[in-house]
Design a protein around this ligand. Sequence first.
Ligand code: PMP
Length: 307
Amino acid sequence: MAEREGLIWLDGEMVDWKDAKVHVLTHTLHYGMGCFEGVRAYATDKGAQIFRLQEHTDRLFRSAHILNMEMPFSKEEINEAQLAAVRENNLEHAYLRPMVFFGSEGMGLRADNLKVHVMVAAWEWPSYMSPEAKELGIKVQTSSYTRHHVNITMCKAKANGNYMNSMLALSEALRSGCEEALLLDNEGYVAEGSGENIFVIREGKIYTPELTSCLDGITRRTVIELAKEELGLDVIEKRITRDEVYVADEAFFTGTAAEVLPIRELDGRQIGSGRRGPITEKLQTLYFDQVTGKRAEHPEWLSPVNG
Ligand code: PMP
């Protein structure tokens, strides 16, 4: 990734991709105290547009606040940095990675002499999951790793260090032939995937875990709105057990990268018909139409990079 052509926004300036470097004593590299976002831009008939830019920037600032990292830029500057990262790299479909991290001024855990840096990179990234996975769904395994407890780390922050838990869970699931992990909270209730929120559907009602230990996903919020507004369906936030997923009619993950991704199997149990269910399909279509600017509703969710 480091050897590409292009530009990366770093601390207020566009720098050459290959020169966007940090020192090995960068504090965040050692202890994982930092926060980031995963954002996407889609090709639309108005050119590339970033989906829910403001919400991602707001969450980045909330994450920094939770971690007590003082943002050296305004929200407007970080919005503009993201638009510029897509625009100046001439991207159409893009994944964006803003990150807030501590510099290499010191190594102590006190972190009292450290500079806060911000970077935004963007690169071409048409799809995270294959077209077959989007239609047929994926195989998921309940993880042997527990999702973070709310008093061990800060689950509302999209914090760098939190992702060690996600990576351990995902690599375990991949090694046993599944495509994603489902993490349970410390009481054994369903929390989320390694990088996705989860929804289950039973008898026409949609359920999703409360936001206790899972991330307040922006795709989750989008799908809840679409389900209520467009399909007139109830979305109930409640504690969910893993066997409620086994007996669901449909289940799917949501995330900026995963979008709306059907789950066809959990722990060797087929879910519903064993492929994308009808409500999941409707929500997936609504979501794709929304992010690619094909729907008239919610124009405020798209920010044109050449606006
Ligand atoms: N949970 C976790 C742990 C994640 O990393 C993500 C991806 N950011 C999500 C849920 C989904 O969040 P979003 O829809 O905002 O991408």
